[in-house]
Design a protein around this ligand. Structure first.
Ligand code: NDP
Length: 468
């Protein structure tokens, strides 16, 4: 049968997504800039090859899809997407839909959505999470754009998406760039979640002197409890792996320099625009940046001496670390959800917080049992800081002592825990009724006559220093 769907860009993500779509019973036309890749892809598709219509030119590709066409772009974010829209535009007809499934910046998606609306074209921007495995067997999909266009392709997207308790992780988030915005915050949270795990790993490695195999056991044990998640699961796995070349733990031969493609940075930049605190995510992005400064760090170690000191294993127990990680994680997710809420107001979206927690429960990198609890808490408590929803308030009440104890012992020992301590500082600020911003206001009024509000009277006031 003539396919109703086509996909452009058979790289890591595109090839797997195309196989997933074919596997779910849909015929699909495929095109790649380099035709050898298209041929190799179809040759390697096994029995799914029957469902694929390989095309060597875009003209052939468009002609191979039955209108109304649904065309998925899985190419690098940025200019390449704009180029494809430009090329496809004159080739498409009324009702044809372009779906950008790459990691677009949501502002680009907003712009493309507005252009499409003006020209009477259909355009969706969907965030796809889960890496190549996810793309092949079930990603988490965050959609944005006109709802009718989403509804048209939703059956396919829900079929190929990951399932949590049989509920598909594919949800429409709102108009324009809403889907890519939610995907961006997902990635920001992912940075902080990974960083907090890395910090606890650092405490075990440098503070407690544990070997990777022992650390693997601890992560594996945590994965059976409230921290149960993909990231903890793979942390156990990578801690246990042995390098076949050297017979050493793989972790010990990996250079301590973290890469990044920029979505964590985007989250931080957008959070600053929105005036919403994401300090744990900022700390995680900064930690990756600092990790790249190897020479400088080595000079620092030579100058100030080795930092990480031994910690007392009697008090820094796996239980203490688990509780601290739990509390830190809740603080970080609270920041992420607060940011999404701020964006809802700023961009006129009604981003559905419980639905977002649900769409992240499976398929994506931050998938976890806790996200199911978050979905329930956000449903029950409405628009409240996640840390204050009863279930998570209990985790904070139980875990704050251990988080506090870990952060302070780590500080005394010189073991860096930037994301965990940012999470703790956020929690402490959010439970301080009277902050110290009165001092800031006094200073601002002193040097700039900016005025301040009084606790005991309405209106703008100045201190006795103004005009004196
Ligand atoms: P790859 O580098 O594996 O593949 C890129 C694809 O785009 C290839 O098919 C390539 O074709 C094509 N392409 C690149 N430049 C051009 C161009 N100028 N004109 C036409 N085609 C071009 O990328 P991924 O599959 O990893 O990523 C695709 C998108 O998905 C990106 O936006 C990425 O950020 C996003 N993403 C990636 C994830 C991942 O885990 N890898 C996870 C989630 C999203 P050719 O064969 O000719 O080079």
């Amino acid at each position: 049968t003539t396919p109703g769907i086509g996909l452009i860009g058979l790289g890591t993500m595109g090839s797997n997504l195309a196989l997933n779509i074919a596997d779910n019973g849909h015929d699909i036309a495929v095109y790649n800039r380099t035709p050898e890749r298209t041929r190799a892809f179809v040759d390697g598709a096994g029995e799914l090859a029957d469902k694929l219509t390989p095309c060597e030119t875009l003209t052939e590709f468009v002609a191979a899809i039955a209108p109304p066409r649904n065309i998925i772009l899985m190419v690098p974010a940025g200019e390449v997407v704009d180029q494809h829209i430009e090329i496809l535009r004159p080739m498409l007809g009324d009702g044809d839909l372009i779906i950008d499934a790459g990691n677009a910046n949501f502002r680009d998606t907003n712009r493309r959505a507005a252009e499409a609306r003006e020209k009477g074209e259909l355009f969706l921007g969907i965030g796809v999470s889960g890496g190549s495995e996810g793309a092949r067997y079930g990603p988490s999909i965050m959609g944005g754009g006109p709802k009718p266009a989403w509804d048209r392709v939703a059956p396919v997207l829900k079929a190929i998406a990951a399932k949590y308790d049989r509920v598909p992780c594919a949800t429409w988030m709102g108009e324009g760039g809403a889907g890519h915005f939610v995907k961006m915050v997902h990635n920001g949270i992912e940075y902080a979640d990974m960083q907090m795990i890395a910090e606890v790993y650092g405490i075990m490695r440098d503070g407690l002197g544990y070997e990777p195999a022992r650390i693997a056991d601890i992560f594996a044990a945590w994965n059976k409890g409230p921290l149960h998640s993909y990231l903890i699961e793979i942390s156990a796995e990578v801690s246990r792996a042995i390098d076949p070349q050297t017979d050493r733990p793989v972790l010990d031969i990996i250079l301590d320099r973290a890469g990044q493609k920029g979505t964590g940075r985007w989250t931080v930049i957008e959070a600053q625009h929105l005036g919403t605190p994401v300090s744990a995510i900022e700390a995680a992005v900064a930690a990756r940046n600092i990790s790249a400064r190897t020479k400088e760090r080595e000079a620092g170690e030579a100058l100030f001496g080795p930092a990480p000191q031994a910690l007392d294993a009697e008090t820094v127990t796996p239980q203490c670390l688990e509780n601290a990680l739990l509390a830190g994680k809740v603080a970080c997710y609270a920041q992420g959800f607060t940011m999404i809420e701020a964006a809802s107001e700023e961009f006129g979206w009604s981003l559905p917080l419980p639905e977002i927690a649900k769409v992240w429960r499976a398929g994506c990198i931050i998938r976890s049992t806790m996200l199911n609890d978050m979905a329930e808490a956000l449903t029950a408590s409405g628009r409240v800081n996640l840390m204050f929803a009863p279930f998570f308030a209990d985790i904070m009440k139980r875990g704050q002592g251990d988080l506090r104890s870990l952060v302070s012992k780590a500080s005394l020992g010189g073991n860096p825990v930037p994301a965990l301590s940012s999470g703790l500082a956020y929690f402490d600020m959010m439970r301080t009724g009277r902050s110290t911003a009165n001092m800031i206001q006094a200073q601002r009024d002193f040097f700039g006559a900016h005025s301040f509000e009084r606790v005991d009277a309405e209106g703008a006031h100045h201190g006795p220093w103004v005009g004196s």
